[in-house]
Design a protein around this ligand. Structure first.
Ligand SMILES: [Zn+2]
Length: 150
């Protein structure tokens, strides 16, 4: 919202880091910016220490936690109960790629042509094995006559 020209005239740079736009008196930006850009008037001056930066995650309950993908994943996903067959798919000796595909297949969420028809309504799909109908979970695993199991 602040033009590069104004940033330049304020003796700042648009790539400045936080410590470069702060001094002992607070923000280094010109006083008139508070009136020109009212939204910056209420920005609190952060307390800067010599400690290294640390990523913090505020969870769904408002608690600050150390950032980790596990914590974020728990907060952003919808959580469902465990299915009683999960250990058939997920086990210590599983191959992650195979397990992931099996899990997706078990949830009937494979990217099959019957599902892709919704995204590409004008495209003609056909099973690449029998070339008769669009492939689907049901067709690929149970009904396609041309599937060869070795
Ligand atoms: Zn087929």
């Amino acid at each position: 919202m602040i033009s590069k020209k104004e940033i330049f005239y304020a003796d700042l740079k648009d790539q400045d880091k936080l410590h470069e736009v702060l001094d002992d008196n607070g923000w280094k930006w010109p006083q008139n910016w508070k009136y020109k850009y009212p939204c910056i008037a209420n920005i609190q001056t952060p307390f800067i220490t010599d400690k290294p930066d640390q990523a913090i995650w505020v969870d769904n309950n408002g608690n600050e936690k150390n950032f980790s993908t596990k914590t974020v994943w728990k907060d952003v996903r919808r959580s469902y109960g465990k299915v009683n067959w999960y250990n058939i798919v997920w086990h210590p000796h599983c191959i992650p790629k195979h397990t992931f595909l099996l899990w997706i297949a078990a949830r009937n969420k494979l990217c099959t042509q019957d599902r892709m028809c919704k995204w590409y309504p004008n495209k003609v799909f056909a099973c690449s094995l029998c070339n008769k109908v669009p492939d689907s979970h049901e067709l690929l695993f149970f009904k396609c006559d041309d599937v060869l199991f070795m």
